[in-house]
Design a protein around this ligand. Structure first.
Ligand SMILES: N[C@@H](CCC(=O)N[C@@H](CS)C(=O)NCC(=O)O)C(=O)O
Length: 200
């Protein structure tokens, strides 16, 4: 199967970290796609025109990183990264939802900055910044819950924080969330995160 991704997309990084944590890189071909240029191969796999997208050999495709991650976790060899049931599962999925929301707001901020200045919305920019700040506060409060064996919640959280480092260094989020910053410093050293770090 083929994963369309971009080296700068935090959603794609989440999927690529999951594949590496499963030790299943040999089972997936990774191909870069410039989503904003609407390449035909990506559009064929995902009519929404976004990365990541996963194309299977039988012609089926999956899109939206939570679905792709859950599919790969269920079908690739390696340790389960989605807890099967109960409180552990809801905890992991909740962290994934929060981290994905941070990514949505942080990516939207970048797209907004790329628009001509006269077209930018101060209202939306401020709203996305507040969403990121409140979500970091929640992660800081709950960081001890991330110390469980690594699962999709921790993977998604790492991908979101790595994106803030990459695109929003000026936010200096580590000052607001020092415990979380310590957690991420350690997590970022794992080979799965180190190999998928966005380009310097
Ligand atoms: N909900 C999607 C979001 C994916 C997403 O927003 N990808 C961005 C790159 S970070 C993209 O491809 N954007 C192109 C576009 O919005 O047209 C997921 O979880 O996979």
């Amino acid at each position: 199967m083929k994963l369309y991704h971009s080296p700068t997309s935090p959603f794609a990084r989440k999927v690529r970290v999951l594949i590496r944590e499963k030790g299943a890189l040999a089972q997936v071909t990774e191909e870069t796609a410039a989503a904003m240029s609407d390449p035909q191969s990506l559009i064929a796999a995902n009519p929404l025109g976004k990365v990541p997208a996963l194309a299977l050999k039988d012609g089926t495709s999956f899109f939206d990183s939570p679905l792709i991650c859950e599919y790969l976790d269920a079908t690739l060899d390696g340790p389960a990264l989605f807890p099967a049931a109960g409180a552990e599962r809801w905890r992991a999925l909740r962290f994934q939802a929060l981290a994905d929301g941070i990514m949505d707001a942080a990516v939207s901020l970048v797209f907004e900055t790329n628009r001509p200045e006269a077209e930018r919305s101060e209202m939306w920019t401020a709203r996305w910044r507040r969403a990121v700040a409140r979500s970091l506060d929640l992660l800081e409060q709950e960081v001890s819950l991330l110390d469980a064996p690594l699962d999709i919640g921790g993977i998604a959280t790492g991908a979101a924080l790595g994106y803030l480092d990459f695109r929003h260094a000026a936010m200096n989020w580590q000052t607001q969330a020092p415990e979380l910053a310590g957690w991420w410093r350690d997590m970022a050293k794992r080979p799965s995160f180190a190999e998928t770090a966005p380009p310097a």
